[in-house]
Design a protein around this ligand. Structure first.
Ligand code: ZN
Length: 329
């Protein structure tokens, strides 16, 4: 059921069955024109929950624009179906073109090559590809996207929403900030109970460093109401930003120690030596798709350590291997 969380602002609870994220929070701002923030997967369970709650609130989609915080399919999957002619679909100027690219095979072939170089076998990657949500649950082609720039503004129901670029989780992630009522729509930039996935991206040299800088960018906003895209809120913004930063500092230490204990291994092997919260007896027991996310995180941490001059990588026989750089005295 949709929940009113402020005047003219509703949270729609969209289930994500079988996904460890559990749910997506879609937000609806009502007014002469409505703004619907994020959509859920292109999946029956999401579609039914969305349609039911929109009906409950009497929303006319012909007067509803969409805002996508970032390109991930749990946020964008239903956009094509919810969009009506003459309505807008907003997305950040960086993620918009990347989302369009992800509809083609080329990007995935390139990513596969990268993950083979990181230590995956082709067989594992083919298994992952079979149920890749980006392939099956993403939106169909969208006619026209309205690309937003950092610092831009949207006006809905007499409210002014400021566009804040917060790259890291994706290269073009966007938060919306309503200064007057002190409401922050955080997307997946700041989540509570779970930590946003940070992975390697071609278009960011250092995804983790970029993410941490984006935490700094918003941490001191005087937010009174936080609207994250998944789960609930617990505690304040600055406190959570700091906890997320510390989480990654601990992961960096963990990754560096794994490289020191096992020099010359691939990111795949190093990730297996890192500590994970998932309940599996061993790295071999990790489901393949969880390995994909885990190695992506491992790579983001290794890239950042390389940037800091603490590890180095070399490609040998088609695989990229990692070594510690001895600390200078
Ligand atoms: Zn996401």
């Amino acid at each position: 059921m949709a929940e009113q969380i402020a005047e003219g602002l509703y949270r729609l609870d969209i289930p994500l069955p079988g996904n460890p994220l559990k749910n997506l929070n879609s937000y609806l701002l009502t007014g002469e024109r409505n703004l619907l923030i994020d959509t859920g997967f292109r999946l029956d369970a999401c579609r039914e929950a969305m349609e039911h709650q929109l009906r409950e609130l009497g929303v006319d989609l012909r007067r509803t624009d969409l805002f996508l915080t970032h390109l991930h399919t749990d946020h964008t999957g239903l956009a094509g179906e919810l969009h009506r002619p003459g309505c807008r679909v907003y997305i950040g100027a960086v993620d918009g073109p990347l989302m369009e690219k992800s509809w083609g095979q080329e990007r995935w072939d390139h990513l596969f090559d990268q993950y083979v170089r990181a230590g995956f076998t082709r067989a594992e990657l083919e298994e992952i590809w079979r149920d890749n949500p980006a392939k099956v649950l993403g939106t169909k082609h969208l006619e026209e996207l309205t690309l937003l720039e950092d610092g831009g503004e949207l006006h809905y129901g007499g409210r002014r929403l400021q566009v804040l670029f917060t790259p890291g989780h994706t290269p073009g992630h966007v938060c919306l900030w309503e200064q007057e009522r002190k409401i922050l729509f955080c997307g997946d930039h700041v989540l509570f109970h779970i930590t946003p996935n940070i992975t390697r991206w071609d278009s960011m040299d250092d995804a983790l460093g970029t993410y941490i800088a984006s935490l700094e960018k918003i941490r001191d906003l005087p937010a009174a109401l936080l609207c994250p895209s998944h789960r609930q809120v617990e505690g304040g913004l600055a406190e959570r930003c700091e906890a997320l930063r510390l989480h990654h500092m601990a992961r960096l230490k963990d990754a560096r120690e794994a490289v020191m204990r096992h020099p010359g291994e691939t990111a795949y092997a190093i990730t297996g030596f890192m500590r994970w919260e998932i309940r599996c007896r061993s790295w071999e027991d990790f489901p393949s798709n969880q390995k994909w996310f885990a190695v992506g995180e491992g790579l983001a941490h290794l890239d950042h350590l390389e940037r800091l001059g603490q590890v180095e990588s070399r490609e040998i026989d088609g695989q990229v291997r990692w070594w510690p750089v001895p600390a200078e005295h």
